[in-house]
Design a protein around this ligand. Sequence first.
Ligand code: 9Z3
Length: 350
Amino acid sequence: MVNNLASYQSFDFIFSTVVLRVSLAISMDAFTNLDAMDETTSVEVKSFFDSAPLLKDANSIIRKLTQFIDHNSSLSGIEGPRRVVCVTSGGTTVPLEQRCVRYIDNFSSGHRGATSTEYFLKAGYSVIFLYRRGTCQPYCRSLPDDLLLECFELTDDSCIKVHESHSEAVKRAISGHHAAVSGGFLLKLPFTTIFEYLQILKLTAMSMKILGPSAMFYLAAAVSDFYVPWESMAVHKIQSASGPLDMRLAQVPKMLSVLRKEWAPAAFCISFKLETDKDILLEKADKALRRYKMNAVVANELSTRKEVVILVTNSGKVSVYRENDHADVESPLIKLLVEKHSSYIKEINA
Ligand code: 9Z3
């Protein structure tokens, strides 16, 4: 969870050179009784939101969500009303200071979320893309990182034109993105911190509640497990003169149960389970499926995440592979999930 990605920033806080002793505020052993866990969770969820810093632009986010849901709920789609999926993408940060200089980051390039968004749009879904600022964007996957400098060139008469080698990729990106946005099928909402992510997820879920089973959550974002509560966070930059840093992180409440039970109870919910140790991956995915009553859990291992994922549902486990080295594993994955979503809608409406 604490990773060295932070080292690419210009900040002077480099995790590999600082001893960060993490003591967990809550032990998982406390959660042996599920009812007790539910009660503990709802108290923690309330206190998380009560103490979180106010979400900037909350009114503008609510307005965009309302317009988007109004528009899409009036449209028809595959076998019924148009389906809407909330795709979360990228990692959340945990600030260590209120005037933040240092933070803990969660690994995710955003490739999974951006690619999946394209396949959902292609399958006739509308997408609320809740993404970490600066991560991979739908339709931009095949563009170089240094977009402006590599894709464009100056002509002799000082005009700007797209470099021949990138012209197909640029055309595809512009037309795909334009079609999705101008049709009102793609809404992009950015986040950075765990506080922003969970507050926007809550607003999104509550606005999607009216869609009933036509709503889907595809939670591919890498969400922090531990955080520093806002009220106990240092206001100013932590000083390094006093030696090694010793801090206590609280556990982020398990929002999946609240999403499932309160925010959007009829939605089709897919969460992701990421592990680096393949021996515990499936056991952890099974646990998440049961504990949070997900409709499916996508289990993936960090090193092979672009080649294979395992779809875990109540009816078993299916390995999903990409078709070849140049294909996206998200293509067969989204196809399978769309089928499962269709069966779910039929079952609910029967
Ligand atoms: C994933 O497992 C995603 O597939 C990846 C995608 C983050 C691995 P990239 O963005 O990678 O294409 O580079 N996301 C969920 C990760 C996560 O934090 N899951 C939590 C957990 O495993 C549950 S919400 O405990």
